[in-house]
Design a protein around this ligand. Sequence first.
Ligand SMILES: Cc1cc2nc3c(=O)[nH]c(=O)nc-3n(C[C@H](O)[C@H](O)[C@H](O)COP(=O)(O)O)c2cc1C
Length: 168
Amino acid sequence: MDFFEAVERRASVRSFARCEIPGEDLLRILDAGRRAPSGHNRQPWEFVLVRDAETLRALGHIQGCIAEAPAAIAVVMDEAASDYWKEDAAAAIENMLLAAVALGYASLWVEGYVLRHEDYGKQVLGVPADRRLLAILPIGKPTEEPSQAQKRPLEEVLHHERYRRRPS
Ligand SMILES: Cc1cc2nc3c(=O)[nH]c(=O)nc-3n(C[C@H](O)[C@H](O)[C@H](O)COP(=O)(O)O)c2cc1C
């Protein structure tokens, strides 16, 4: 799939159908994550690929749809390694979301719920105390055609040459 089509088709999906995902597809998605830019190229990320149904069910206590997905990628960050660890994580996450779409899957950036249940998620995944569990990306096929949330139009967010405050 063309890059721009993947950008346009990417949407948050919160309901997944049963399906098999070949391991090589998951590895391609993860490879897109590790190729993301990072501050000073520190790459302070590690990823936990979860395919075990029991573990996915346990992660479903964080957000229900994780339990429905055939796989999930947990994003584990070393916050001591870089001042930019959150930005670095975001770059890796977006790469993986787009890679999933390009391969015909759907995903969701689960971070808000993960942060509320971080200790629980770390315990389920065996993440050590000195690492942060920042996000979990369930990967699967959507139960219905996904549609991206409404975005502000380009004319509203774009300034040419200089920032000009718009009348509100
Ligand atoms: C930092 C961040 C945290 C998010 N956390 C959650 C979350 O915990 N649960 C959830 O369902 N969606 C979460 N989302 C997804 C957003 O709700 C979603 O991207 C937004 O509503 C726009 O929809 P779209 O992805 O279809 O464009 C998160 C997105 C971001 C960027």
